[in-house]
Write a protein that binds this ligand. Sequence first.
Ligand code: F6R
Length: 612
Amino acid sequence: MCGIVAAVAARNIVPVLIEGLTRLEYRGYDSAGLALLNPTLTRLRSVGRVAELAAQAAGQTAHHGIAHTRWATHGVPSERNAHPHVSAGLAVVHNGIIENYVELKQELLAAGYVFNSDTDTEVIAHLIQHTLQSAPDLFAAVRLATARLTGAYAIAVLREWDDSIVVARHGAPLLLGLGQGENGGNYAASDAAALLQVTRRMIYLEDGDVAELRRDAIRIVAADGTAAHVPADRPVHESTLSADDVELGEYRHYMQKEIFEQPQALAATLEMIGGAQTLSPNLFGVAAPEMLGGVRSVLILACGTSYHAGLVARYWIEQLAGIPCSVEIASEYRYRVSVPNSEQLVVAISQSGETADTLASVKHARALGMGRTLAICNVPESAIVRECALRFLTRAGPEIGVASTKAFTTQLAALFLLAVTLAKQAGRLSAGQEAEQLVALRHLPVAVQKVLALEPEIKAWAARFAAKQHALFLGRGHHYPIALEGALKLKEISYIHAEGYPAGELKHGPLALVDKDMPVISIAPNDALLEKLKSNLKEVAARGGELYVFADADSAVDAEDGVHVLRLPEHYGLLSPVLHVVPLQLLSYHVALVKGTDVDKPRNLAKSVTVE
Ligand code: F6R
């Protein structure tokens, strides 16, 4: 989604803006732009890569500037729709969607403002300009104007001859960076990765906050301080991200790097339990012993890959803890009439912690009186983490590739810990059984490392897929969500149409699609459903379908004509989905390489989906 960087400093901030935008490229964008003050306004915009904007900005110097990568919502990707948008000498960059922009536009058109783009953002620029006619300064004008906006936004605003930059957030992420050392200055950005180049000292703004940045001072005012400009006290966080976390290093793509980082990401996430033989509910927060105690059912809310993690967790929670668990796509749950249950634990799963639908679904659950909320999230201090009463932070490190990989496997580790904790509370695990599950969990990093060694064989398979238009992924039981995830990965980065199905559903419809041009990828672990799955595979083979089977070392499935088999080194019981997703990630990555698609920034997609 859109990315914002703003800087005011004694140094030349143009390189800071460009480097910041480069760091935000992973979020997905189609155009980029910046506005500099010298002290009059210079605006530069380009469609395409930040590198093109950087070329335009070469030789520019400034001490005040705002910059933006745009992911189109209102209006096609084009230079005229790229941010910043201007009104006289005032410029605005914006992330989010303004829902009442049509009404505001009518009002501003009637007042004589001229619109040069199709965006909702231009409305903000003119509205602030208009408000300045009666407001004492830019800060006051932004506060008054944003009070009229409905929807979600993070904005940064500057205007000619003014030595401040004003930023505001409501429903879209924005943080401040406090400059350090002789270069000093103050900064704002959509995420910390953009500002690590200048500082580690960050302040996460809250919804409703408006902040003013000057070279040597900042002030923040919360929405509820309206007339009085009461300063808001926001803690300063020292970011623990390292520059290496956001560098490609030896890898060609972030997705590749992140697939191979999974052993380390799992180990870091599991560090939280150390060598413990038994889990404490405190793992999920200080209020967890009390909140998890009376839990009678679980509702998981998430989107995309995080939703698939929730689907796997349902099998674990019901099997281990004997507690009913439902999993809902957040964008559906938030708008449907459901039956609230205050004894239900609501679990929001999100890599970014900023996904608008997931955030809104948790707010909806809370509004229905469901206060037992737990966030499983990869980004500390994100909106979803702050919204929930309990939290478990996965330690996957920054995930830059749009296609989620290491976030998924670490979410699974966290969800398994939750299932074991609930099982223990329900009195369904003996001390010995609990210790056994923890031993299996701790072995995951090593087991995943062994699966990664299958890459050469998977690469060879990928070459055969690249020319296909469609693919079918089959799984059963707790591997069915892995089939869904495999299909999602393939479609998002290789643009091959793919569907995930529970293998038992095949003959209820999708079998009609199977012919020699439809590769069928099947997950065939050596579990109780293997024999049933083999019958399903026979149904495919009988129709001339080409089968690609990911089996376990000891699965009784043999390669034959039209049936290709790859064996994972270990057979892993309940945690097997964590291993079986890895070859599917590698498969989609290598298919995308053969097809030459933009692996880390697939078309039309964004990393952190902060709009509905
Ligand atoms: C797929 C993918 C998306 C995200 C979804 C939720 O590879 O990355 O489907 O999983 O947009 O994002 P988070 O987990 O940040 O809430």
